[in-house]
Design a protein around this ligand. Structure first.
Ligand code: ATP
Ligand code: PAF
Ligand code: BAL
Length: 335
């Protein structure tokens, strides 16, 4: 094993494939955490899980131009590599891979990965081309960040970007890619006026008052869960419970609030939650009832909305929650 595992004060940063190859030489297993940087506790949770499951943990920090549409926030996307080094080191990473765009997409680069229908709806409809850019860069990163000519052994993605996780899973399944894709539950602010808000780098565009108002997204999802566990089984009525919460926020422009199955298809009907489900939601991280063909555990509520000029997304399972409250050191737990 060479250079990377030397317990540095400052996390090493490599920028090119040859440097990566040298650093990872001889590693038995490599876990990759792909990010666009400006790391927060959500990212740290991914890194911590990768730390537990791999010999070497690499965090990629790359604001991927391919996945931004014209008029989106590519140029103002928050960047702070020194802070990222500190957060990644504290969470247990061994190395940051921080390529520049010319290294990822040199002159003549022409290929792309198209994952089909799962990338077309929802975020794909609102951000045309987005998932083509995500799939292409993720495929490259999986292939670049491995030891001994292998791809990464495992790669970690947040459930916060639920459709992205589905897209990546579809891609590796369809293309027989050997990297194991690991999904990690969403980390949320656990206390304060913005409690429940999913951590996101784009939260940094909002001031504290606006962040508190942005927590309306998670409150709307919880309202749908509560309606379901109270026995409501009509999908329009369930979603209406979420809309009622959203109507309280005058500044919100909703893109979508929907209930989807594991193929991201809209769910049109479902069976009742079993007796006791309400208690299970508030007290347990695990499903308390056996699977049925319409187990709410299989269905996901997805929301996207614009608030104070910022587009935010969130999601939750219909029937239970497995999300994690933020727990990071000061300065990293916030948005
Ligand atoms: N709150 C969170 N909980 C768990 N994982 C998260 C959370 N936020 C982001 N991630 C995951 O971290 C990885 C890198 O995401 P990214 O760098 O885009 O951060 P982000 O906070 O999602 O940023 P953005 O605000 O641009 O959506 C993705 O797999 C993403 O799902
Ligand atoms: C997976 C990813 C790093 C690809 O650029 C990005 O979409 C993100 O940060 O979620
Ligand atoms: N976390 C998703 C990356 C993006 O919005 O471009």
């Amino acid at each position: 094993m060479t250079g990377v595992l030397t317990t540095p004060d400052l996390l090493p940063v490599v920028r090119t494939r040859p440097e990566l190859r040298a650093a990872l030489l001889g590693a038995e297993s490599v876990g990759l955490v792909p990010t666009m940087g400006y790391l927060h506790t959500g990212h740290a949770t991914l890194i911590e899980q990768a730390r537990r499951e791999n010999e070497v943990v690499v965090v990629s920090v790359f604001v991927n131009p391919l996945q931004f549409g014209a008029g989106e926030d590519l140029s103002r996307y928050p960047r702070d590599l020194e802070r990222d080094r500190a957060v990644a080191l504290a969470a247990g990473a061994d190395l940051i891979f921080h390529p520049d765009a010319n290294h990822m997409y040199p002159a003549g680069f022409a290929s792309s990965v198209d994952v089909g229908d799962v990338a077309q709806a929802l975020e794909g409809a609102s951000r045309p081309g987005h998932f083509g850019g995500v799939a292409t860069v993720v495929m490259k990163l999986l292939n670049m960040v491995g030891a001994g000519g292998r791809p990464a052994d495992r790669a970690y993605f947040g459930e916060k970007d639920w459709q992205q996780l589905m897209v990546v899973r579809q891609m590796v399944r369809d293309l027989n890619h050997p990297t194991q894709i690991v999904g990690v539950p969403t980390v949320r602010l656990g206390e304060g006026a913005a409690a429940g808000l999913a951590l996101s780098s784009r939260n940094s565009y909002l001031n504290p008052a606006h962040l508190a108002r942005a927590a309306v997204l998670s409150r709307a999802l919880r309202a749908v869960q509560a309606a379901y566990t109270s026995g409501e089984t009509g999908v329009p009525a369930l979603l209406q419970a979420g809309h009622r919460v959203l109507e309280s926020e005058s500044e919100l422009t909703l893109d979508y609030l929907t209930l989807v199955d594991e193929h991201l298809q809209p769910v049109e009907s479902l069976t009742a939650a079993p007796a006791g489900a309400e208690q299970a939601v508030s007290t347990s991280e695990q499903p308390q009832w056996p699977s049925t063909p319409h187990n709410a555990d299989m269905f996901r509520l997805l929301i996207a909305a614009r608030l104070f000029g910022v587009r935010l997304i969130d999601n939750m399972p219909l029937g239970i929650t497995t999300d994690t409250p933020a727990h990071a050191p000061a300065g990293t737990a916030g948005p």
